[in-house]
Design a protein around this ligand. Structure first.
Ligand code: COA
Length: 260
């Protein structure tokens, strides 16, 4: 399937989805949101895909936000639909059931930061810049930013970033727990590739169980979270991969996981 605003690449079990509107710093207009929604649905359904890397085209930006030119003409009803479409996309990424790595260079602002926060792991170049500048436009974040930033970095950081609209460096984002790794710009692709390779070789059903337990656990009581974990742990014992992983350890060889 050909996309107007995305580039899709495959390497083994790794699918890379790149937002490609470089002349608009990869800003998310409605068409791009729709295409991303479709591309992630395809990645979810394709059993050959074990890991997704999400990137932005060019050096300057991961994604510089929702498309301000498009939003400028929206009615409240259109804005509501746009927010819901963005939130649905972010939730579908978070609940993909396969690890999603954001590869972040340049600007990750507004909807770009929200998109990155919906991914499971965020690897940023030292030169990346993060921020929720919506307040500077008389807006509030609308693609889940107030909620995911709150959960990732806590109330203080969420309020400070959203209320000031200030940009922060990748290092500061790392200190706040917003990104999981910060690397030199020239190492970004190698680090993301190595991480994607590592996750692609991991047991996919175990990865899905971990994603499920951590994501659901973040939204519930410790007792319910522990129960999710027990159910996921027990379910793993129904998989060929669990037999393979434990047997390979005992036989002192490398496990080969099939996702069964
Ligand atoms: N929506 C729509 N277009 C955007 C955009 C956005 N979020 N961010 C950048 N662009 C467009 C610019 O309008 C410009 O288009 P043009 O060449 O047709 O005029 C192009 O991308 C390049 O951006 P420009 O502003 O010229 O680059 P810069 O290096 O001077 O500044 C930024 C880069 C990121 C600081 C600046 O583009 C910016 O502040 N963008 C908006 C960030 C934002 O508020 N995001 C949250 C939106 S809710």
């Amino acid at each position: 399937m050909a996309y107007r605003n995305l580039e899709i690449a495959h390497r083994g079990a790794i699918r890379t989805i790149t937002v490609h509107r470089p002349d608009k710093l990869n800003a998310l207009n409605r068409e791009t949101l729709n295409e991303l929604t479709l591309a992630f649905a395809q990645a979810s359904q394709d059993d050959d895909v074990r890991v997704v890397v999400l990137a932005g085209s060019g050096e300057k930006a991961f994604v510089a936000g929702a498309d301000i030119a498009e939003m400028n003409g929206y009615t409240p009803v259109q804005a509501q639909a746009f927010s819901r479409a963005g939130q649905r996309l972010m939730t579908s990424i978070e609940r993909l059931g396969k690890p999603v790595i954001a590869r972040i260079q340049g600007f990750a602002l507004g909807g770009g930061m929200e998109l990155a926060m919906a991914c499971h792991l965020r690897v940023a170049s030292e030169k990346a810049t993060f921020g929720q500048p919506e307040i500077n436009l008389g807006l509030i974040p609308g693609f889940g930013g107030t909620q995911r930033l709150l959960r990732l970095a806590g109330r203080g950081a969420a309020l400070e970033l959203c209320l000031t609209g200030a940009n922060i460096s990748a290092r500061r984002a790392y200190e706040l727990g917003i990104v999981t790794r910060v690397v030199a710009p020239e190492s970004l692709d190698d680090v993301v590739s190595a991480l994607a390779d590592q996750l692609a070789a991991a047991a996919p059903l175990a990865a899905a169980g971990i994603l499920d337990a951590v994501l659901q656990g973040g939204e519930t009581s410790i007792d319910q979270g522990l129960e999710f974990e027990t159910q996921g742990f027990a379910l793993a014992f129904s998989t060929d991969d669990m037999r393979e992983g434990t047997t390979a350890f005992l036989e002192k060889r490398k496990a080969v996981f099939q996702g069964r």
